[in-house]
Design a protein around this ligand. Structure first.
Ligand code: UD1
Length: 434
């Protein structure tokens, strides 16, 4: 099994370049199924979830190839199926976007229920209700979602019970080629929702209001090919910012959109770390011996503090002076990683969605296991500042979303390596390239 081995204590110094947004990429790539033509997608992060999607799309008949390390060419002109039911679909959450894309293109879709990180029940009922409002009949049988719009997709107005990221994007995709106009009220406002709308508009869609509570999608008869560059990854950037704060040193996090990072920058400043913003980079620095303040954090939909940064900031707060409270506002069970941090000396008590953290002087290295993507990277941060050696297993979960994490951290001076005590299969080799 592949593991990360970290010797803690090296301060982080230098520059790290952030990759393209993983959560944007895993929506934009399926959105290319809506386009009869060639989409050239730039700044694609090479992470396992993206590689999985390219395989799923290829199996469906799309012509998918990399033109260079980060530029993906997708031609869905001759897609010959509206079904995506292979095993691969169950390996990731974002495969639910195949439903909206296929429904939008063909008026029907048959897609395996998605998998992904396990932090509580993650239903797709908002997505389904959205599809039904657009005229589709949806059923789930034998683990497969069947959606059919016998009379075509018809624009309508709807309001989401919660500003779900996935439902907002999926409904946009299903509605883009609809007859008439669709209005989504209480829509999600996350940066990658805006990115998917911009991608679709670049291909001829007419979507207005993405990034606000109300999105209007005027149906068009078809989309054309084009070129689009994915935004930088908000969460990857935030992760390196928090790592710099926890370990100490001075890190320039480049290729970012500082606006997307405001809630994270503000929290780091409150904790007492120095954060300097520029046009497309942010520098985070912490002097040796600089005390971290205890603060409270509540995760919320954008522009609030992102749930996908919760394990990382909680790890940082373990090293703060005094007691901090972290409240999870999005998911029911997103503190499963706490047991692993406790093995490294953390003092954390969880009650439902609330975690009370008492500051400690330092983490101690231990053998720990990643339970999901962001929890896994939080263990990496803890390992980087721990006394002694940390060995992290289940790291394939971290590689779902962090491109070249080992090389990037080594570039900042971290002492981190990979051990692999099993022979790799051809498949794992091809997925981990780049
Ligand atoms: C996306 C992100 C994920 C992030 C999350 C919240 C991708 C691929 N994943 O996930 O990394 O943590 O946004 O920022 O972009 N819910 C329902 N019914 C639904 C849909 C959601 O009850 O139909 C609930 C969820 O269980 C969760 C909350 O609503 O408690 C938010 O989910 P949502 O915003 O939809 O997150 P995802 O799109 O799954």
């Amino acid at each position: 099994m592949k593991k990360y081995v970290i010797r803690g204590g090296n301060p982080l110094e230098g520059e790290v370049r952030v990759s393209g947004g993983k959560n944007a990429a895993v929506a934009i790539i399926p959105a290319a199924l809506l386009v009869k033509g060639v989409c050239i997608i730039e700044n694609v992060p090479i992470v396992n979830d993206v590689m999985l999607l390219t395989k799923i799309m290829s199996e469906m008949g799309a012509k998918v190839s990399f033109l260079d390390k980060t530029t993906l060419r997708v031609d869905s002109t001759e897609i010959n199926t509206c079904a995506a039911v292979s095993e691969l679909v169950r390996k990731m959450r974002a495969s639910y976007y195949l439903i909206g894309a296929l429904l939008g293109r063909f008026g029907k879709a048959q897609v395996g229920l998605p998998g992904g990180c396990d932090f509580g029940v993650r239903p797709i009922d908002y997505h389904i209700r959205g599809f039904e409002s657009l005229g589709a009949t949806v059923s789930i049988e034998h683990g497969i979602v069947n959606a059919v719009a016998e009379n075509g997709i018809k624009g309508t107005s709807m309001s989401l019970d919660f500003p779900s990221v996935g439902a907002t994007i999926n409904i946009m995709m299903a509605a883009v080629l609809a007859q008439g106009t669709t209005v989504i009220e209480n829509a999600g406002k996350e940066p990658h929702i805006v990115d998917i709308a911009n991608f679709l508009n670049a291909m001829g869609a007419e979507i207005r209001g993405a990034g606000t509570d109300t999105i209007k999608i005027k149906g068009v008869s078809e989309l054309h090919g084009g070129r689009y560059e994915i935004i930088p990854d908000q969460i990857e950037a935030g992760t390196y910012m928090v790592a710099a704060a926890a370990v100490g040193g001075k890190v320039k996090v480049s290729n970012v959109i500082p606006k997307h990072l405001e809630s994270i920058s503000a929290k780091l400043e409150e904790i007492g770390v120095t954060v300097k913003e520029d046009d497309d980079f942010i520098t985070v620095s912490r002097e040796p011996g600089q005390i971290l303040n205890n603060v409270n954090v509540k995760t919320l939909p954008y522009p609030g503090f992102p749930t996908d940064m919760q394990p990382q900031i909680a790890t940082l707060l373990c090293l703060a002076n005094g007691t901090s409270v972290v409240t999870e506002g999005i998911y029911e069970h997103r503190f499963k990683y706490v047991d692993e941090l406790r093995r490294m000396g953390a003092k954390m008590n969880v009650d439902g969605r609330v975690c009370v953290i008492s500051g400690i002087d330092h983490f101690t290295g231990a053998a720990v296991s990643a339970c999901d993507l962001r929890a896994g990277v939080a263990l990496v941060i803890a390992g980087l500042c721990a006394d002694g050696m940390t060995e992290i297993s289940n790291v394939h979960l971290i590689e779902r979303g962090y491109e070249d994490i080992i090389e990037k951290l080594k570039g900042l001076g971290a002492s981190i390596g990979v051990i692999d005590d099993e022979p790799q299969t051809t498949e794992t080799v091809s997925v981990s390239v780049g």
